[in-house]
Write a new protein. Structure first.
Length: 387
């Protein structure tokens, strides 16, 4: 049974059919019409109300939640980190779906908080990824509400990379890109959780896709022998590099809010965090570093406009064509134009996060995207990579 424009089968037990048929007869209706009407008028509003109540509970952010990110004084604090880290040789660039670095910094703070609570470096892996997702979901909702309008953190893309939530469906007037589809919200939220773990908090050192935290040498995984892939037997700890990044203590979103006005926050990362992540990329992901340099070289060579121009910078399509036509070695693993397009988009987002490039003025959604090197990007390009 179903409505005229979307026929879908629903199966009921014999007992339920008898009850529904009896209720329909009392109303003088056919069972099909009665059930269809009750689903529309009663069941859907009830489920939406219950879902919204659950969502409100999940997304509420309170003052005490800031303790998750609070690192305290840097003196007289136990160094909850380990010396070892996993060396990855078979994949030296970041996943094309890992678009931003702020979720990594936030996740490291969560792991640091859990380590301090237990007074030991290693934390159960399943506890870490669950806490990182829950905190990220709540914190994103908080950031969305901090400021609205052109100075909003959401409008300016500073919440990007954090878990998706159904609340974003109501934010199209604020520049939100979440589309309404027939896919159930519960499924979309479940998929959001899976993607966040896969592209931001995954720690699988022996996998083809070990996770960005492993690739950058930020965490170490400890697993009981013979059961490395049983999630309950795995635990994770900050490495020295991960601990230093978590303890840097000057992140604009985690440490400046709520005291600093949102309009004054220009980036999701501090300059120190940007430098530390770039150092990690240079050391652990040489192909990623080479790709960034290739893009900067293309911009330096071809961008002849000035910031006084209405639309300045080199168009994204031009960057794409130059990489494709010159068959740059660092992109040789991108076996199709579609893959190159996806990985270039992700690379450009990450480079903006790191302050290496800036998006051209005059851009509006759906129009030509253009990019230019920042002074920091030009400076980094001049520093030779140590082999």
């Amino acid at each position: 049974m179903g409505v005229k424009d979307n026929q879908r089968m629903i199966h009921f037990s014999d007992a339920d059919i008898q009850k529904l048929d009896g209720l329909a007869r009392e109303k003088g209706e056919r069972i099909e019409d009665y059930v269809a009407n009750m689903i529309h008028s009663k069941l859907i509003p009830l489920l939406e109300k219950q879902t919204e109540e659950v969502r409100t509970e999940i997304e509420r952010w309170e003052d005490r939640d800031w303790n998750t990110f609070f690192i305290g004084g840097k003196m007289n604090i136990t160094d909850h980190s380990v010396e070892n880290y996993h060396r990855i040789h078979h994949r030296n660039w970041l996943n094309g779906h890992t678009n931003h670095f702020f979720p990594l910094v936030m996740s490291l703070r969560v792991l640091l908080s859990l380590s301090r609570k237990r007074n030991q470096p290693y934390v159960q892996y399943d506890e870490f990824i669950s806490e990182a997702f829950d905190v990220g979901l709540k914190f994103k909702h908080h950031l969305i509400e901090v400021e609205k309008g052109e100075d909003g953190l959401f409008e300016r893309g500073l919440t990007n990379g954090l878990p998706w939530c159904a609340y974003e469906l109501e934010l199209s007037h604020r520049g939100g890109t979440s589309r309404r589809t027939n896919t159930p919200i519960a499924y979309r939220e479940k998929r959001s959780k899976e993607k966040f773990h896969q592209y931001y908090t995954s720690v699988k050192p022996e996998s083809i896709y070990p996770g960005v935290l492993v690739l950058l040498g930020l965490v170490d995984l400890d697993a009981e022998s013979g059961s490395a892939w049983r999630i309950s037997d795995r635990s994770v700890a900050l490495t020295k590099r991960g601990y230093e990044l978590a303890m840097s203590g000057d992140n604009p979103l985690l440490d400046s809010l709520p005291d600093m006005p949102a309009a004054e926050i220009k980036s999701a990362l501090s300059a120190q965090e940007q430098n530390m992540i770039m150092d990690a990329i240079t050391k652990h992901c040489p192909i990623e570093a080479k790709r960034m340099r290739n893009v900067l070289e293309i911009l330096e060579r071809n961008d002849t406009s000035t910031q006084d121009s209405r639309h300045w910078g080199l168009g994204r399509s031009s960057i794409f064509e130059e990489i494709r036509e010159n068959k740059l070695e660092s992109f040789e693993e991108t076996r199709s134009d579609q893959t190159l397009n996806k990985e270039l988009s992700s690379l450009l987002s990450r480079m903006q996060d790191l302050g290496l490039i800036i998006q051209g003025a005059g851009y509006v959604s759906g129009s030509r995207k253009s990019f230019s090197c920042t002074p920091e990007g030009s400076g980094w390009l001049q520093v030779p990579i140590k082999s």
